[in-house]
Design a binder for this molecule. Structure first.
Ligand code: SF4
Ligand code: SF4
Length: 229
């Protein structure tokens, strides 16, 4: 049963209720994780550290922070922009208009672009609502301002890091005659050899990305359990 491939669990630390995750199937995907945590955010009771308990409704604190992106986030954004704004943009346009690319030496960081007040480019500051909610990035879909177990935090980091690696590889391919798209640069020295294809390459949905293939063997050993049901 796909629904049983992983589960969000309560996590108690210092008397505050947070979140944990256990994986029960070698086929569990990042899409399973997104769905489970979204359900938990809606129905679960856990302590929100940064806002009044009970709900995220009306709070936009985490929409004023850096949002790193994965390859699938940007492909989804391209689709969404085409359908909701009626614009057909190529990937280079998406990188230019909706992301912030900072390069320092060989290091590349790609995050969501922000407004002048540092809020996310997709935040409606009056309503405090996300204008791209259906296609909001992985980081937005899975963030909870609560205590996380080490294995859940490790999984989230592994997903963001490997997904961003593939995004950087895609960005390198959009280079034109006038060079790479960059919004900030400090002695840039990017090399395509640093960004080989990985598990995310060629995938267009989180349901195609298998968790076991992107985490280290030791993290997998921490995450995997025999389903108690
Ligand atoms: S997760 Fe974000 S929106 Fe929800 S309460 Fe915490 S800071 Fe606010
Ligand atoms: S994409 Fe939406 S949910 Fe994510 S930071 Fe921007 S406004 Fe907030």
């Amino acid at each position: 049963m796909i629904d049983n491939r992983l589960k969000i669990l309560p996590y108690n630390k210092y008397g505050a209720l947070g979140v944990d995750l256990a994986v029960y199937s070698e086929e569990a995907t990042v899409g399973d994780y997104c769905r489970a945590i979204e359900d938990y955010i809606l129905c679960g009771s856990y302590e929100r550290k940064r806002a009044q308990p009970g709900t995220c409704e009306g709070c936009d604190i985490c929409c004023h922070e850096r949002i790193p992106l994965t390859s699938i986030d940007v492909l989804g954004l391209k689709e969404q922009v085409a359908s909701s704004l009626g614009l057909v943009l190529d990937l280079a346009d998406i990188f230019q208009r909706f992301t912030y690319i900072a390069v320092s030496g060989r290091v590349v960081d790609i995050s969501l672009s922000r407004q002048q007040d540092e809020s996310c480019i997709f935040l409606n500051n009056e309503t405090k609502k996300c204008l791209q909610y259906e296609k909001r990035p992985f980081v937005c879909r899975t963030y909870l301002c609560t205590n996380s177990s080490g294995r859940l935090a490790g999984l989230r980091d592994s997903i963001v890091n490997s997904g961003e690696d593939e995004l950087v590889r895609m960005w390198l391919l959009t280079a034109k005659d006038n060079g790479y798209i960059m919004h900030e640069a400090s002695e840039p020295a990017v090399s395509t050899a640093d960004w080989p294809e990985n598990v995310w390459t060629g995938k267009r949905s989180f349901a195609e990305v298998v968790i076991k293939e992107i985490v280290s063997p030791s993290l997998w050993a921490d995450l995997f359990e025999i389903d108690p049901i």
